[in-house]
Ligand binder design. Structure first.
Ligand SMILES: N[C@@H](CCC(=O)N[C@@H](CS)C(=O)NCC(=O)O)C(=O)O
Length: 250
């Protein structure tokens, strides 16, 4: 039996949701409500001691880390439609893309997301309420991030992160101008993991992700949104998970 703990179809939570639907694997979705700081509650920290989503429970075994969950699903369910190439060279190519999103692309988009979404959420709390929440965050670096978001990130940092967002968009655009999918001829975890971060940038970063500046990236975002599994995932996730504010990005 599979249970996925997630904030719903955005950011890191979106990766395993896309993989599960694409592979047609039945699972129980368990929405963890970021507005109620449910991910910092004791019951959830027993599942993931880092207090972060997503987390997958497979017959009582917990797997964390969004990209690792996607790779795990490939290993555990190899007969379901494949999302990883078979050629070792292509697998390496795919993993360079998933490593890049986890180490670079995700973080610059995340800081801007925290400034825009978490900052106002943190400032809406009283000092005492905020300290109470921060105390429950198990990862010290995340405590620092919450404090910085509440104060507002320094302008130089935001400028640098925006520069990295632009570098990321250029890199994706260049690759997608040459190839329909990121790691070769097929839709793979390289596409899933990058789409999880890129989807929505056509709205939140419309000045750089648009038809004129990044036509191939936009076409790829639209192409993935049109996939039957992706359409079903968004439709079902919306009805299965309560209406909510956007989830905090990484
Ligand atoms: N490296 C982890 C990052 C997980 C992560 O940062 N999750 C975010 C949501 S996208 C989260 O739980 N944020 C809440 C917090 O850190 O307080 C992964 O890829 O799964």
């Amino acid at each position: 039996m599979l249970t996925l703990y997630s904030f719903g179809p955005a950011a890191n939570s979106l990766k395993p949701l896309l993989a599960l639907y694409e592979k047609g694997l039945p699972f129980t979705p368990r929405f963890v409500d970021p507005r109620k700081f449910e991910h910092h509650e004791e019951w959830f920290k027993k599942i993931n001691p880092r207090g972060q989503v997503p987390a997958l429970d497979h017959d009582g075994h917990i797997i964390t880390e969004s990209t690792v969950i996607c790779e795990y699903l490939e290993d555990a369910f190899p007969d379901a439609p494949r999302l990883r190439p078979t050629d070792p060279i292509k697998i390496a190519e795919m993993r360079v893309w998933t490593k890049w999103v986890d180490e670079y692309f995700c973080w610059c988009v995340s800081t801007i997301g925290w400034e825009r979404m978490i900052g106002p959420m943190a400032r809406a709390l009283s000092d005492a309420e905020f300290e109470e929440q921060v105390k429950r965050i198990p990862v010290p670096e995340q405590q620092v991030k919450w404090r910085n978001a509440r104060k507002g990130f320094p302008k130089e940092l935001l400028d640098e992160e925006m520069r990295k967002v632009r570098v990321s968009v250029d890199k994706l655009e260049k690759r997608l101008a040459e190839s329909e999918w990121l790691a070769g001829d097929d839709y793979t975890l390289a596409d899933i993991c990058n789409f999880a971060i890129a989807n929505g940038m056509q709205h939140g970063f419309a000045e750089i992700v648009n038809r004129e500046a990044s036509p191939h990236l936009l076409a790829w975002i639209e192409r993935i949104n049109q996939r039957p599994a992706v359409r079903e995932m968004f439709a079902r996730s919306q009805s299965e998970m309560p209406a909510r504010a956007p989830a905090p990005a990484a």
